[in-house]
Design a binder for this molecule. Structure first.
Ligand code: BGC
Length: 390
């Protein structure tokens, strides 16, 4: 018997800022052009999906997928506080309708790392008005989400909550310490989740709402187990707690995290001999099933894999990694874990928050011409869905 049930989402994911290009009203655009930006280069035209999204959708549909996860860009919908761009709402509505016509169920994310520059200038998620501002964004966007079955409120709030502490400490500290959650930011994100959920429930009672967490599977050195569990509790699990009452939970898993105690502090403990991907992360495909099992047990919610993938220049390695991750997922399903879909990160080689070098895509994108070239992994992964149907 096949593990993956009928109606399982087989999709790929993108986020607005990483593919659209010229996302000029967003806080990230400002960051990329500020002195001392940590990245190699700014996002610029990215993949020009702002104009070429039809090609992106067509490639996915032709390869046999049945779903597409993408993100509406808040700073395009509300470029100034309270000023809603009807043209951009219409723009995203056309993407949703076209996806439907192509047989792709859209899973729409309302916030994927980028906020309007005006929100961040106010103080970002830590500002007392932020939750209501986000709920207003959700309410405005609800007008175009009719018929969308699944909505992701916020992508990886746990990463967003680490960002202020990380930026204050400097990115170079990442290799030797684990950043703490910024409490006011975390609190603002949880309140924003609750306020947006209420706003959407009122307007779209049939939509299934959830949020997606950067899920970790820890490998603590002997003696570091309790400290690792405590760190995971405060930097990740609090966001699962906040999902109580949601309709599903998004799992995003890439690698494992090895940690140890040094002078009483929990610190990264990378294996020097480990095989690594282009992001420097340990090659560890079992992360997906380990995270899905943990998160499903912790939350009791149906899980959707909203991201999983690998940064590699070798597409055969992508196929091997993804195949191993999906074998583990199939095993979890066979063991009774409730998983409803798999979205690969990413559809395109895109802007990886500071650099175009780590290539996660099922499709290559020429940086000059924006020509899309599907990699063999695109057709290979699409077959999971077509095989299920046959
Ligand atoms: C994010 C994506 C990112 C990916 C790979 C996730 O943390 O949601 O935007 O590109 O991981 O780093």
């Amino acid at each position: 018997m096949t593990a993956f049930p009928a109606g399982f989402f087989w999709g790929a994911a993108t986020s607005a800022h990483q593919v659209e290009g010229n996302n000029t009203a967003s806080d990230w655009w400002h960051l990329e052009h500020a002195p001392g930006f940590f990245g190699d280069e700014p996002s610029g035209d990215a993949c020009d999906s702002y104009h070429r999204w039809r090609e992106d959708l067509a490639l996915l549909a032709e390869a046999g997928f049945n779903a597409y996860r993408f993100c509406v860009e808040w700073s395009r919908i509300e470029p100034a506080p309270g000023r809603i761009s009807q043209a951009h709402l219409d723009y995203y509505r056309t993407i949703i309708e076209t996806a439907g016509q192509l047989g792709l169920k859209p899973l729409v994310t309302l916030h994927h790392f980028t906020s309007p520059a005006w929100l961040t200038a106010m103080g970002g998620w830590a500002h007392p008005e932020a939750p209501d501002r986000f709920a207003a964004h959700a309410a405005a966007t609800a007008a175009i989400l009719d018929g969308v079955s699944h909505i992701c409120l916020i992508n990886e709030p746990n990463m967003v909550a680490l960002f202020p502490t990380l930026m204050a400490a400097g990115l170079e500290t990442l290799g030797r310490s684990l950043p703490a959650v910024h409490p006011a930011t975390a609190e603002g994100l949880v309140k924003a989740h609750d306020a947006a959920r209420a706003a959407l429930r009122e307007r779209l009672p049939r939509a299934r709402l959830g949020w997606s967490i950067a899920s970790q599977t820890y490998r603590p050195a002997p003696g570091a187990e309790a400290a690792a569990a405590a760190y995971q509790r405060e930097s990740e699990d609090v966001f699962y707690d906040a999902a109580a009452g949601d309709d599903w939970i998004g799992v995003q898993a890439y690698t494992c995290r090895r940690v140890k105690l040094a002078d009483g502090q929990l610190v990264p403990d990378p294996r020097p001999d480990a095989r690594r991907t282009l992001t420097g992360w340990e090659y560890y495909p079992a992360a997906l099933a380990e995270c899905v099992r943990r998160v499903a047990a912790l939350t009791g919610l149906p899980a959707i894999v909203t991201e999983n993938g690998i940064a590699t220049a070798d597409d055969a390695e992508r196929v091997a990694h993804t195949g191993a991750a999906l074998d583990g997922l199939a095993q979890a399903l066979n063991d009774g874990v409730d998983v409803r879909g798999y979205f690969h990160w990413s559809l395109l080689d895109n802007y990886e928050w500071g650099s175009f070098a780590p290539t996660f895509g099922l499709v290559a994108v020429d940086r000059q011409t924006f020509q899309r070239t599907p990699k063999p992994s695109l057709a290979w992964l699409g077959e999971y869905n077509t095989q299920e149907r046959n």
